[in-house]
Design a protein around this ligand. Structure first.
Ligand code: AMP
Ligand code: MG
Length: 330
């Protein structure tokens, strides 16, 4: 049983819950009005506010631990960004009394640390397009020690039981600790943790592929080619963010691929996009590697510079999927 009373797990669960609540608050107040104008500013406000909050909480709980977050405050410090900074400060100030524009920027910039022997990595909103569309998104936080993810937490406000899309429901908090399993509980009102386990599916024809909603984040034609090479017949599930890893961990999906998009062949995965989700999959009994079957190396900086793409599976389908990938030369 996962002991949620280690300081790290307690801190990380609380930080992700508070950050998820904060971004839901921003969404409720700002997104609807902005959608009609194709305005991305709400996600900008929510992204910055979420990182400021988690960085502040980390500085209180583990003052010496570095943070590597997706955002930095350089654009926010420009005079032209003053209205945005005021909004960020207003949302953060509801949770941290005494927050100011300058302290908010300083907290965000705590996320610009370099990887160390022990560090945390944060995606303040993973799946920004999903956030704006009213679909799936996640707050993702992980603790990395000696290049290995030890703790991974996902807060998915629009996912129930780590498996079912549900807008405006309780949401899912997903927690994985190395050697202690992957677990889920309600994000809105955490209660008993429920253990997650990947599917036992081994027939590729029945495999449910978890795909990005956004075509630009992968190579759509190659993913289709992969599905044909493996003999997949089941309909894929399409969604944004690391919520896909929760679906894999709960057995709702069986395979997840991140191929390189043709427009960015040199793209390397960001550590905050993979760290928490990768441990959730492994601790639920699944497997994750790059497209060549190589273990993910979280000691290479802000990206997985020594890996190419991602393959995650329920374990049983990993070898057949790697064979299909080599057959299509992905
Ligand atoms: P998804 O929600 O699965 O489509 O993935 C969202 C993540 O894709 C974002 O967090 C981005 O960091 C990442 N991303 C953005 N551009 C690319 C790209 N060209 N190739 C791969 N991933 C990308
Ligand atoms: Mg992301």
């Amino acid at each position: 049983m996962l002991s949620s009373d280690t300081l790290e797990i307690k801190f990380a669960m609380q930080a992700v819950r508070l950050a998820a609540g904060l971004v839901q608050d921003v969404q409720a107040k700002l997104v609807h009005a902005a959608m009609t104008k194709e305005d991305r500013s709400p996600v900008t406000v929510a992204d910055y506010a979420s990182q400021a909050l988690v960085a502040y909480l980390l500085s209180q709980a583990f003052p010496n631990d570095p943070l590597i977050g997706e955002e930095d405050a350089s654009a926010l410090r420009l005079a032209t960004a003053t209205p945005t900074l005021e909004q960020v400060n207003r949302f953060v100030g509801r949770l941290i009394p005494g927050a100011s524009a300058s302290s908010v920027c300083d907290w965000i910039d705590r996320g610009s640390a370099s990887p160390a022997e022990r560090f945390w990595t944060l995606d303040p909103i993973d799946g920004t397009k999903g956030f704006l569309r009213g679909d799936q998104y996640a707050v993702a936080l992980a603790l990395v020690i000696q290049g290995q993810v030890q703790l991974g937490i996902l807060g998915c406000p629009n996912l129930s039981e780590a498996s079912q899309p549900e807008m405006g429901g309780e949401g899912s908090l997903v927690v994985a600790a190395r050697g202690q399993g992957a677990w889920t509980t309600s994000l809105a009102s955490p209660a008993k943790l429920k253990r997650l386990a990947v599917s036992k599916r081994s027939d590729p024809a029945q495999a449910r592929l978890l795909r990005s909603f956004e075509a630009g984040h992968t190579n759509v034609n190659k993913v289709d080619e992969f599905a044909r090479a493996l003999g997949v017949q089941a309909e894929p599930l399409r969604m944004d963010s690391q919520a896909k890893y929760a679906l894999l961990a709960s057995g709702r999906g069986d395979l997840l691929l991140r191929l390189l998009s043709p427009s960015k062949p040199d793209y390397r995965e960001k550590i905050w996009d993979q760290a928490a989700g990768s441990l959730v999959v492994e601790e639920a009994g699944g497997q994750i590697s790059d497209l060549h079957g190589k273990a993910l190396d979280f000691s290479a900086g802000r990206t997985l510079a020594r890996n190419r793409g991602i393959l995650a599976s329920n374990g049983r389908l990993h070898s057949p999927a790697l064979l299909a990938l080599s057959a299509i030369r992905a």
